[in-house]
Ligand binder design. Structure first.
Ligand code: PHE
Length: 342
């Protein structure tokens, strides 16, 4: 009997060493310690022993039972630990891998330029006003002194909406009308940045969509000298303190007199080069004194009030500033271009 017990203990211990999973362990428990397990069966056999052998055999049997139970507990703990380690290893992060860089956003070059322009004009007391991209014929044309069939409308061919009389604005000049409606009869000093649209053949120099910044200053005794001073100051802050401007007579239906402002070439200093097409000058904006009909349309009496207006394209300004030769790159959404201005 004693030999049987010792042999059972050794067999159980070997089998326990081989149990590596929780299932194998449970199987072992049933096989040795369970109700019909080997040890239980052996213990039952104790009753058949002669009385003088029973105490010693009982003691040994209990020892074997305790030692198997302890061995089982220890093994169960080891199996649990191993499972945990394995699970951790499976879900492990390799912290030595370099992180994936987050791409940080940045402003589009047009927006950056718009903000630069806004900052310069706000120093001179201009407020930023916004108006919609959809306009009606009256505001885009008629109130800007272009009645239906006016030939100047050809310069601003555009996209029309399905709703008759509505169109995508061709310039920010209708913003002058909105500003007058809003501030009448106060004096006005605003800039109006925003998107404009034209039915254009798209080329290196022309896009069908682009930004403009309109400026309007209106009040008592405003003269062309104010217009010139304001724009010279702008050009110098934007392009450098030594810049000069030239005002070349031009025509816009909504200003009288009208002018194009040219800046001395930033590449050659007006000696002549490919950028300025050997003229020495770069056209940067259109401007003029607000036409009396436009003032009247906005409710301002031209005998009392006068004002100046200008309109510039920030893409054009950015092209000059950064030496960009093709306006189409602005909206082509090619990051290789845009990231240069991040
Ligand atoms: N709206 C004109 C254009 O788009 C520019 C302009 C604005 C000219 C204001 C004079 C005064 O070409």
């Amino acid at each position: 009997m004693l030999e049987q017990l010792q042999e059972l203990r050794a067999r159980a211990a070997r089998a326990l060493d081989e149990a590596v999973t929780a299932e194998q362990l449970e199987q072992w428990r049933q096989e040795y310690l369970g109700r019909r397990g080997a040890l239980t069966v052996a213990l039952r056999g104790l009753g058949q022993l002669p009385a003088d052998q029973r105490p010693a055999a009982g003691r040994i049997a209990n020892e074997v039972k305790t030692s198997l139970e302890q061995a089982y507990e220890a093994r169960a703990e080891a199996v649990r630990q191993a499972a945990l380690v394995e699970e951790l290893a499976r879900g492990a992060l390799d912290v030595r891998l370099p992180g994936r860089p987050q791409s940080v956003g940045y402003l589009h070059l047009s927006t950056q330029t718009l903000r630069e322009i806004q900052a310069i004009f706000s120093q001179m007391g201009f407020q930023v006003l916004r108006s919609g991209e959809v306009e009606d014929d009256a505001t885009n044309f008629q109130l800007l002194n272009m009645p239906p069939d006016h030939p100047a409308r050809d310069m601003w061919s555009t996209f029309y909406l399905n709703v008759p009389g509505l169109l995508l604005r061709t310039h920010t000049s209708p913003g002058q009308v909105h500003a007058m409606r809003r501030y009448h009869p106060e004096s006005i000093r605003v800039i109006l940045p925003g998107k404009c649209y034209r039915y254009e053949q798209v080329t290196q120099r022309h896009e069908f969509q682009f930004f403009q910044v309109e400026g309007l200053a209106l009040g008592h005794g405003i003269t062309m000298a104010d217009l010139k001073g304001t724009l010279v100051n702008f050009a110098r802050q934007m392009f450098g303190a030594e810049r000069r401007l030239r005002f070349r007579p031009s025509y816009f239906p909504f200003t009288e007199p009208s002018a194009e402002a040219d800046m001395d070439c930033i590449i050659c200093g007006s000696k002549g080069c490919p950028l300025c097409k050997y003229t020495g000058w770069l056209e940067i904006l259109g401007c003029g004194m607000v036409h009396p009909n436009v003032l009247r349309g906005g409710g301002y009496d031209p005998d009392e009030y006068s004002g100046f207006a200008f309109g510039m394209g920030p893409e054009r300004i950015a092209m000059l500033k950064h030496g960009i030769s093709d306006i189409r790159t602005f909206f082509a959404n090619d990051l290789r271009f845009l990231q240069q201005f991040a």
